[in-house]
Every structure is written in structure tokens, then in C-alpha cells.
Design a protein around this ligand. Structure first.
Ligand SMILES: Nc1nc2c(c(=O)[nH]1)N[C@H]1C(S)=C(S)[C@@H](COP(=O)(O)O)O[C@H]1N2
Ligand SMILES: [Mo]
Length: 259
């Protein structure tokens, strides 16, 4: 077996194993607020969150006892493009997070540098629009601190998360758009918004976005970008992808994605 094949096989076995252990991940599809999220209730939820709920209201945090036995994985769970496989090959030693765009001092951070910064740990519930939720413990660097180090320019309005994976890549074929997401500056500076490198006290597994993903705890699952490569400050996102602010947004999902 070649190195890449072996890695793929290992990753698949791990994912296959975790699929059997979904205790702690609940079905949300039947709760009334949730079933309305993608329908007509979406704009109303948006309206309430944008205009009535304070932007810095905290998401509920849970206790250790609430943590799911295995955190479910969804969307890309095993990126197959060469860039990602090369980075994963030496355990992300060559990986860096770039901070760029409308900032005074663009810079990049290695994983060791990120881990040396002050961290926050939180046990929260992830809600996916496909109808499940899962509670996990995340540890990471507050995004606000990472942005402050770069000096956000006054024109910046949105933070774009650039990912390493294509959701429709399969085997060695690749293709399609790289996954991306975006949020307002106020969401980036929310006290629970972290760049997470640990899940349940262990380095983030490949299936959940290794080496780094964002946690925007008051937003739906598809906003929680995995496999981060860069964080880009922009004044608008019309020029990115199909112009709707995210991979799934370009396919029709709501951009705000609040919960
Ligand atoms: N880069 C990237 N981020 C992503 C996705 C993806 O396919 N690629 N899927 C999204 C969706 S729809 C969900 S529900 C969560 C799943 O995160 P998990 O695999 O840790 O459960 O990641 C989100 N972030
Ligand atoms: Mo999702």
C-alpha cells in the first residue's frame, strides 16, 4: 500500500468506526424551531438575532458529562487534494495560517505559535441543518486576538475563512470550489469565537477539520469552517466564489446562519 492509500484507508476506518458511536448526537429534525430554519422561519430567526439578541450574547455551555462519546463528522471528512495530503503527511509541521487582506500587518502563524497564545476551552452544541446536533469540547485561540495582532483596517467588514478542501473531491480527482465561509467582524470578536485545534482534549482529527477550524458558537454547522488555511479581511464578499459569502450560501443556504 502506498503512503497515500494507507492514510486514506486509516482515515476511512476511523470515520467508519465513529459512525457507530453517535450516542450524544441528537436528532433535531422534529423540533419545531429547527424544522422551520430552512423554510420561512429563516428570515425571522435572522431578524431576531440581528436586531433583538445582543451580538455578544453567549451560546449555552455544557458540562463534561454532556460530551458525546464520539463527535460526529460531516461534509468533507477526508480531503484528498495533494496540498492537504502533503500537509497531513508530516503532521501539519509545514502548515501555516495566513492572516491577510484588509489588515495593517499581514502575518502567518504555525500551529506551535497558535498553541502558545492564550486559549479558551468551551463545551458547546453543534447544530447541523441536516438534522443532528452533537456536544463537544473545543479548545483554541480567540479569533479576536489573532485579528488584533494584524491590526484590522477600518474598511474591513467581514472575515473570510479560506479552507484547504473541496467538498466534492473524491478519490484523486479533486475539482470544484474550495470550501470557504465568512462572518461579520462582530461575530469574529464574539468571546466564544475561537480557532480550535483540540476536540475533546485531543488534537483535532482529520474528519473534524485538522489542523484548525473555526467555532462560531451562535451559528449553524456549515459556518464552522474546517481545514483552515487563511483568514482574510474584506469589505465585501461579492468577488469570492459565487458571491454569497460561503460554499453552502452559494448553493442557497442563508448567510447569517444564526441559532
Ligand atoms: N472546510 C469545510 N468546513 C466545513 C464543512 C466542509 O465540508 N468543509 N462542512 C460543514 C458542515 S455542513 C458541518 S455540519 C460541519 C461538520 O463539522 P464536523 O465534521 O466536525 O462534524 O463542518 C462545516 N464546515
Ligand atoms: Mo452541516
Amino acid at each position: 500500500m502506498k503512503a497515500n492509500e494507507r492514510r486514506r484507508f486509516l482515515a476511512r476506518s476511523v470515520v467508519g468506526g465513529s459512525a457507530l458511536l453517535l450516542a450524544g448526537c441528537d436528532k433535531l429534525a422534529n423540533t419545531s424551531w429547527f424544522s422551520g430554519l430552512l423554510g420561512k422561519a429563516g428570515p425571522f430567526t435572522d431578524f431576531v438575532q440581528r436586531n433583538i439578541t445582543p451580538a455578544n450574547a453567549l451560546a449555552r455551555e455544557f458540562s463534561e458529562a454532556d460530551i458525546a462519546l464520539s463527535f460526529r463528522a460531516n461534509g468533507s471528512i477526508d480531503p484528498q487534494n495533494d496540498e492537504y495530503l502533503d500537509l497531513a503527511d508530516d503532521e501539519f509541521k509545514d502548515w501555516k495560517l495566513e492572516i491577510r487582506g484588509l489588515v495593517e500587518r499581514p502575518y502567518s502563524l504555525t500551529m506551535d505559535e497558535l498553541r502558545a497564545l492564550p486559549s479558551r476551552t468551551q463545551i458547546t452544541r453543534h447544530d447541523c441543518v441536516e438534522g443532528w446536533s452533537c456536544i463537544g469540547k473545543w479548545k483554541g485561540t480567540p479569533l479576536g486576538a489573532v485579528l488584533d495582532r494584524a491590526g484590522v483596517k477600518p474598511q474591513a467588514r467581514f472575515v473570510v475563512f479560506r479552507c484547504l478542501d473541496r467538498l466534492d473531491e473524491s478519490g484523486d480527482l479533486g475539482g470544484g470550489e474550495l470550501y470557504y465561509e465568512s462572518c461579520r467582524l462582530v461575530d469574529a470578536y464574539h468571546p466564544q469565537t475561537i480557532l480550535a485545534y483540540d476536540l475533546n482534549d485531543k488534537p483535532l482529527p482529520v474528519a473534524n477539520g485538522a489542523p484548525l477550524r473555526v467555532r462560531l458558537e451562535r451559528k449553524l454547522g456549515y459556518k464552522q469552517a474546517k481545514y483552515l488555511a487563511a483568514i482574510e479581511l474584506v469589505d465585501n464578499y461579492a468577488h469570492i466564489g459565487s458571491g454569497n459569502g460561503g460554499y453552502w450560501e452559494d448553493l442557497g443556504y442563508d448567510w447569517f446562519g444564526g441559532i
